[in-house]
Design a protein around this ligand. Sequence first.
Ligand code: DP6
Length: 403
Amino acid sequence: AGAAMAAERGLAMATCTAPVNIAVIKYWGKRDTDLILPINSSLSVTLHQDQLKTTTTAAASRDFTEDRLWLNGKEADVGHPRVQACLREVRRLARKRRGGGEDTAALSLSYKIHIASENNFPTAAGLASSAAGYACLVSARARLYGLEEELSEVARRGSGSACRSMFGGFVQWQRGERPDGTDSLALQVAPETHWPELRVLVLVVSGEKKPVGSTAGMQTSVETSPLLKHRAEVVVPERLAQMMQHIRDRDFEGFGQLAMRDSNQFHATCLDTFPPIFYLTDVSRHIIALAHRYNTHHGHTKVAYSFDAGPNAVIFTLADTVAEFVEVVRRSFPPSTNGDQFVRGLPVGSAALSPELVGAVVTEPVPGAVQYILHTKPGPGPQLVDDPSQHLLGADGLPRSRA
Ligand code: DP6
């Protein structure tokens, strides 16, 4: 009702939030770089927005003289081709939906828009923010026009992985066959409630920014890596079917094993790229070795790691393992300064480690190598924010100064 009243005065506003997702069958490589069509399907887990989310407000007004965009309070380039592609596609859908009708809201289609977006997590931490960002941009923009339909195809135009952030829980991005991309969409495999015990620990690694962005990196991989070609044609189709079954069965052993193997193969294709790309660092490799020692000690898969185009580790585990594994990480990477903030997000209980566990698993501590651990779990897809006090733009259409 608030948005409708504002629309009468020529200002309409909508705010949405959207989640981050982490792929367990990775997307790496495009067959069409403009439409963002992948060479293989992928599968991800949507993370909970209480810990990681983007919030975006979109406003349209007859008084705006140009499109404008603010990211985390700073004005950014609204002319970015991917931002433009998303905005254009939402507008096109809205036009189609209305069939050129002349109602109040239809007027706002020609209005200039202001967009403000911010993350509830530090962008510098290198946590994938473009997926949540584009999913949120498309959601907020669509809400402004009252569009209710499935928009993963539009979010895909912003960033491939963004299409998977349009759903909660467990999500498949099917590669599709058509050259126009109309069948390259995200589908929910299971909702976030499907596997209540599943937990996620993001180990934020200290250090430098990633050397090569995913967009450029995957293009070089497509051009030079025979392993990537084999992966897309042979390995992924098999793994995708297996992974869906593990998720349906809530089979952590199968899920975790396959998630680790797929992360490793993605990084193997990076090494097979020429010139090679390195996203894993020494600390990443320490975490990998630690996870394997931990699983070996317990005799089965208790934790599974996954790494994207950067050194941070995402650990999948079950609720009953969190406290012990967090303590293992704390012992293995003793925090240097911010000891009290080492564990963030969902509460983590305390655990006493047996001397056998410490002896077998905590072999060579690396102080300060892990900045902090974020404890989260699977969560829902984009949400509409009803409370107008949460809008990131004020009645003047400019970013609100945040207290
Ligand atoms: C390693 O979606 O960021 O995180 O489509 O070029 O924007 P663009 O790439 P992006 O790539 C993500 C790659 C990945 C794996 C994944 O999320 O599936």
